[in-house]
Design a protein around this ligand. Structure first.
Ligand SMILES: Cc1ncc(COP(=O)(O)O)c(C=O)c1O
Length: 403
């Protein structure tokens, strides 16, 4: 059966109502379905927070918030956006590998109560700023569990080489300093081992390290009430990839929760929105290179930098069905960069002007987009009953705003 979103876009184009490309198109029903999957798996086990770095569109944030989900942020900018979307300060987790004191002030003024820290210096800074502001905050120590999940090295944040988290050997130093704190109360252990992980094992391995940390503090008479087990749930990007099997993860988290009487928090980003978004694009040129046809489309690394950054595969299909055999073609964007390539795909013979959809473009695309080559950020649509414009295209004037 044809995807409802695809059918709606086709109908709009066929009715003579062109859509300016490239643009982002989100599917409300798919995002709701993803939320339902997470809720079904983790109800009674974990509180869900959306890692908003995946998608900061206000309409998308409101949609997620209205489903009772909190927000995980990494900057005052994301706090500002989340507050605009209606999240309250106490529904926001503020994580980051390193912050400046003014960023902590901003968060405290915004009513944020949960913070992580990933170094001794950062823990001390949290205590100092909280003291100056006279506010008590709840802090999580992010551990580096020393795990390398099978994902792109740039997406692996739990290996010993990565800059993230505190080494297990440093926990005794954490213990020494937090005992002196009066404003920043250590309540939890945080772990996030990376992104786009499609097998349950790395999550289970990481939770063993979290348990080690809980036991360490318990032995030293510090009760851990919370664990934040991060995000990282992968989604199939390639047609042959399988869905992540949540059940071993769910069992493991349930056992941990019951054994230590914990509040479990999770902060996935990609899983909420990746397959709920597409980039609609058009073929703008064709040429031959090394005996391979090159299809140049009007979307590139400015709208989706993931292939250039992580060698990410994003499935590409024409919007309309075409008869005839498919051929191997290289798909590239139009930017002045060799890295502006989406890869080699089996596509039908297309004409200049034909529409294509880049799949799985709901996460880490618009939030990572840039105006490189003087390209304004494109408009975004939400598809539900109809096609609704939810953010206008940036104007040329906005390219020089603030200058
Ligand atoms: C600390 C932290 N939590 C959660 C996430 C969300 O990860 P994902 O989108 O893979 O679920 C990230 C992503 O980088 C992160 O750094």
């Amino acid at each position: 059966m044809e995807d409802k979103l695809v059918a709606k876009i086709k109908r709009r184009i066929q009715s003579g109502n062109d859509i300016d490309t490239p643009c982002y198109v989100y599917d409300r029903q798919k995002i709701l379905k993803n939320i339902a999957i997470l809720k079904k798996n983790f109800t009674d086990i974990a509180r869900l927070y959306f890692a908003v770095k995946a998608n900061t569109n206000l309409t998308i944030l409101k949609l997620i918030k209205d489903q009772g989900i909190g927000a995980e942020v990494v900057s005052p900018g994301e706090i500002f956006i989340c507050k605009k979307a209606g999240f309250k300060g106490n529904e926001i987790l503020y994580n980051n590998v390193a912050r400046k004191s003014e960023e902590i002030y901003y968060a405290l003024k915004s009513g944020v109560e949960f913070f992580n820290f990933e170094s001794i210096n950062q823990a001390i800074l949290l205590e100092q700023v909280a003291k100056e502001m006279g506010k008590c905050i709840k802090v999580f120590v992010r551990i580096n569990p020393g795990i390398f999940p099978e994902t792109h090295p740039h997406l692996s944040t739990g290996s010993t080489k990565s800059k993230f988290g505190i080494k297990m050997e440093e926990l005794s130093e954490v213990l020494r300093i937090i005992k002196k704190f009066r404003y920043a109360k250590l309540v939890g252990i945080h772990s996030h081992i990376g992104s786009q992980i499609l097998s349950p094992e790395p999550f289970i391995k990481a939770s063993r390290k979290v348990v080690e940390a809980i036991e360490f503090f318990k032995k030293n008479r510090i009760k851990i009430d919370f664990v934040n087990l991060g995000g990282g749930f992968g989604v199939p990007y390639r047609p042959e990839e399988k869905d992540l099997d949540f059940s071993p993860i769910v069992d493991c988290y349930r056992q941990m929760k019951q054994r230590y009487n914990l509040e479990v928090l999770l902060e996935p980003g990609r899983f909420f929105v990746a397959n709920g978004g597409y980039i609609l694009t058009r073929l703008i040129d064709k040429k031959m290179r090394n005996h391979l046809p090159v299809y140049m489309i009007d979307a590139g690394m400015t709208e989706n930098p993931r292939p250039a950054l992580y060698d990410a595969y994003h499935h590409i299909e024409p919007l309309f069905k075409y008869k005839g055999r498919r051929l191997k073609v290289r798909v590239t964007g139009p930017l002045c960069e060799n890295a502006d390539e989406f890869g080699v795909f089996n596509l039908p013979e297309l004409k200049i002007g034909d529409y294509l959809l880049i799949h799985n473009s709901g996460a880490y695309t618009r939030t990572m987009a840039s105006t490189y080559n003087g390209r304004p950020l494109p408009q975004e649509y939400l598809i539900d009953g109809g096609i609704k414009l939810i953010r206008k295209k940036q104007s040329l004037k906005e390219l020089i705003a603030n200058e």
